[in-house]
Write a protein that binds this ligand. Structure first.
Ligand code: MEZ
Length: 587
């Protein structure tokens, strides 16, 4: 891992802070103490009688940006090769990492393992006790409350807002984006304008069939059909908001190229989330971060009437709403729950962001929701060994092969994730190398990120790569020669790989060590085709809706790569529309 000196950079920038004030530093080495004599409390907390910080910490962020510049400006000034101010997280709050009164913490380290210093990282400061509500709990009003600010949450909120509803998004993390922001490979869709432009013949029926076969036919057929049927219009919807999904590639289990992503093959998630963030901001949708829904409220008849929120600064309060939509994701980052359902996955790494703990599912079940397919947990075959960094399936889709420690291929690289993961776990060291050449590298922009993160080993020749990997050179040479022959004859007799877009002939040659990791939970709240949450008696819970990874049924036993973003957007649109119908009393 590259080391860098963020600390020096931050310290230098801190020097330019101007104003002076009396400081009430709460802990040794905290940012408050570091800013002593350079800024006033009001710079972060606002002026007036009552010193207050909103839960999203917007006022503090304004203060940081006022002195230090925006994230983008900070990124431009930095000299390090890897710098969090230029990360894939997009426009996020300074306070996601920099904390005034408590120890600061680099948010990226939730997934990465950089040796990254941060000013006030070692601060000795007690967590502030959550604000206590005095007297009666504060009550607010909205039409629709959306729980969770990933792609499903943003899509639901934008759809409901555009249909005339007053929407509030509640997000427990200090940043928006959820797992969607980490989505790499793309968004599956059939019969799109972009496929047509490239002459790709696809159909809704074929996408449905691939989804069902990939899911071992455990999928709810009606939900899988909705996914396929609405996929092209979901691509159009995102495009109308400003997204670029013009590049089309292939993921495992797909019969044709239908995975849409930005031109050049950039990661889809960060791009889409930035587009959705901007659209939500343009619409002035009320988004509250650092805020956790602790309860869904019902009336005596079982109609959902709102939520109780615990705000980081504001404490507990109620939002009355006619519709509540759960878009809080799955539970891959909840190791205890993963091990409860699948003991064999105990101790495995995950590709997920830390908020993916299944709270949305719990909120639903607490008001009587039924769940489906909870045991169906997907492990992704290619997480960079020793890390939480997903190596997108698109690398295989664009031509990479999987090779074991003996230098041999052992599986059809484009099979479904369950099969590819099982095959890797059966190899020496329960790991493999993802091997590709300069041609594959040039075909997919995302690969640059893996170089950037120092995950790639290389050789000027195949033998050079073999030496770097310490695998038998003759075996690796024979493996690549045989694969190139299969590409030429369009027949992979040994492993039946269905698509081999390019030979591996262009030096240099590269490899990334990979191991499977917990990636996606197929199970979750049971929903109808209108995204209504279903109770144990089989009836929808009035006023409660759900979309995205926290729902069960769309993917069955195994989700196809690229079907997740597709699901979040399609079912987010449906949930948003259904919530507004509920608000308007239309049914
Ligand atoms: O849908 C996914 O999980 C996906 C496309 C992941 C990836 O390998 O990029």
């Amino acid at each position: 891992m590259r080391r860098f000196r963020l600390g020096l950079l931050m310290a230098a920038v801190l020097m330019v802070m101007s104003a002076t004030a009396l400081w009430a530093a709460e802990g040794k080495g905290s940012l408050v103490e570091l800013h002593k004599g350079k800024a006033k409390c009001a710079d972060c907390h606002g002026s007036g009688k009552k010193i207050a910080v909103d839960d999203s910490e917007a006022s503090v962020n304004k203060g940081c940006i006022g002195c230090h510049g925006t994230l983008e400006e900070m990124g431009k000034h930095s000299k390090e090769e890897v710098n969090p101010h230029r990360s894939h997280l997009g426009e996020i709050n300074c306070t996601a990492c920099h904390h005034g009164h408590t120890a600061s913490y680099v948010y990226c380290l939730n997934c990465h393992s950089f040796d990254m210093k941060i000013p006030a990282g070692g601060a000795k400061a007690a967590e502030k006790a959550p604000a206590k509500q005095k007297g009666k709990m504060r009550t607010e009003k909205a039409d629709v409350v959306v729980i969770g600010a990933g792609a499903a949450g943003f899509t639901t909120a934008i759809t409901a807002h555009d249909a005339g509803a007053k929407v509030v998004i509640i997000e427990k993390q200090p940043i928006t984006g959820g797992n969607s922001m980490l989505a790499a490979g793309g968004m599956n869709a059939a019969e799109t304008v972009f496929q047509k432009k490239k002459g790709i013949k696809d159909s809704v029926e074929l996408m449905y069939k691939d989804t069902m076969v990939g899911g071992g036919e455990l999928n709810d057929p009606a939900l899988a059909m909705i996914l396929a049927k609405n996929s092209a219009s979901s691509v159009d919807w995102l495009t109308s908001l400003g997204a670029d999904l013009s590049d089309v590639g292939r993921m495992g289990g797909a019969s044709v190229d239908r995975t849409h992503r930005p031109k050049g093959g950039s990661a889809v998630g960060a791009h889409i989330i930035n587009v959705l963030r901007k659209n939500a901001a343009d619409r002035k949708i009320d988004i509250r971060m650092n805020s956790k829904v602790v309860k869904i409220v019902e009336d005596a008849k079982g109609n959902v009437t709102g939520v109780v929120v615990e705000g980081k600064h504001s404490g507990p309060y109620t939002i009355n709403a006619k519709a509540v939509v759960i878009t809080a994701g799955g539970f891959s980052a909840n190791p205890e729950r993963v091990a409860y359902y699948r003991p064999e996955y105990k101790g495995m790494t995950t590709s997920n962001q830390p908020g993916a703990t299944g709270d949305g599912i719990d909120l639903g079940t607490a008001v009587g929701a039924d769940v489906k397919d909870m045991k169906e947990i997907q492990i992704h075959p290619t997480v960079a060994a020793g890390s939480r960094i997903l190596i997108t399936e698109a690398v295989r889709g664009n031509g990479a092969i999987l090779v074991n420690q003996e230098g041999k291929r052992f599986v059809n690289e484009l099979t479904t994730r369950d099969k590819a993961s099982a095959a890797i776990l059966a190899q020496t060291g329960k790991s493999a190398y993802l091997v590709f050449d300069e041609g594959v590298r040039q075909s997919l922009k995302q690969i640059d990120g893996y170089f950037h993160l120092d995950l790639v080993q290389q050789g000027a020749t195949v033998r050079g790569l073999a030496a770097a990997l310490k695998v038998p050179a003759d075996a690796l040479e024979a493996t690549i020669a045989n694969y190139n022959k299969a590409v030429e004859t369009k027949t992979d007799a040994e492993f039946k790989r269905p698509d081999m877009p390019r030979p591996l002939k262009t030096p240099k040659y590269y490899a990334i060590a990979v191991k499977p990791g917990v990636h996606y939970t197929m199970g979750g709240l049971k929903i109808t085709t209108e995204s209504e949450v279903v109770a144990k008696d089989g009836k929808p819970i009035p006023g409660l809706f759900a979309a995205g990874e926290g729902t069960g049924g769309v993917h069955g036993k195994n989700r196809l790569g690229g079907n997740s973003i597709s699901q979040t957007v399609t079912f987010g649109r449906i949930a948003g529309a259904s919530a507004v119908k509920c608000v308007k009393g239309v049914k």
